[in-house]
Design a protein around this ligand. Sequence first.
Ligand SMILES: NC(=O)c1ccc[n+]([C@@H]2O[C@H](COP(=O)([O-])OP(=O)(O)OC[C@H]3O[C@@H](n4cnc5c(N)ncnc54)[C@H](O)[C@@H]3O)[C@@H](O)[C@H]2O)c1
Length: 302
Amino acid sequence: MTQSTPRSRKAAKPAARAAKARPAAAETPRTIAVSGSQSGLGLAIRQRLQAHGVSVIGIDLPGKGAEVEADLSTPEGRAKAVEGVTERCAGVLQGAVANAGIDSSDAALTFQVNYHGVVDVLEGLRPALAAAGRASAVVTASHAALISPGVRESAAAALLAGHDRRAALYAGASAGGPYAVSKLAVARWIRSHAATSDWAGQGISLNGVCPGAIRTPLLEKDLADKVKGPIIRAMPKPLGEIAETGDLAGIFEFLLSPDSRYIVGQLIVCDGGVESMWREQDWPRPWDISLPRFLFKLFGPR
Ligand SMILES: NC(=O)c1ccc[n+]([C@@H]2O[C@H](COP(=O)([O-])OP(=O)(O)OC[C@H]3O[C@@H](n4cnc5c(N)ncnc54)[C@H](O)[C@@H]3O)[C@@H](O)[C@H]2O)c1
């Protein structure tokens, strides 16, 4: 244990007094938008944030009781979500969680909600996040992108390029189906955008969370499926059980807090150890780059 010296004890008193006397600038209420806020993980994130004084603007399907009702599976719905949130936060937003998602065999619908519903909403809210001076954006991805066999890079690349039909064609061949492809595509989008001048350069820390199975209505539906159910049940559980939403909400809260500001472009896998158990040697991976290429990256044009 670190012993405090008489000198540091002395210094602590005025500092503590100053902290007490400090005006409540740090306690200015934060406003955070959460999509898929009315069920499962999104609801748990909403409740956790609200319990700690955050003003939450929920986005969910019409009739679900969210502050902003919008169907994220259509471009019009996504525009409505962005407009509704921007209006409610008066153009200044401290955080956004792109969490709404579905697991459907309908590839076109899955891509609309899980990929475009993330990218369009976050891009649309970026000016409001930038206006806050310092903000966070968190995407609910999934460990399905990392542990489903045969998820094709070409399918995710097609989605990122806006070729949804081609992505659906390539997704058909993989075990994870369109769901895993959509989650790989959002993960790639996070990695390629987070450190750019549009995001980190505007003071916005953009990251993703990759949960494993969590007990929510979405999982209950998958558990009832004849094919998916047995696979999910057979998954290893290094921690002994399937996660509850409360096991995940605090991770989002941390990623939305100023304390995590230096985490940028990361995918936080929180699946109780499944990915690290199965892919223990795959990460961290040393950087296989030649010295000239590295020097070009370091000193060349950006
Ligand atoms: N439950 C799991 O095991 C698990 C595992 C990994 C990742 N995830 C991800 O977590 C996120 C939340 O899922 P969940 O398990 O809480 O599911 P859920 O079904 O309980 O909640 C999803 C929410 O998204 C909303 N939503 C769905 N389609 C929408 C649309 N078109 N427009 C607006 N809102 C829409 C739903 O109304 C619902 O409120 C999803 O992105 C999912 O892929 C879940």
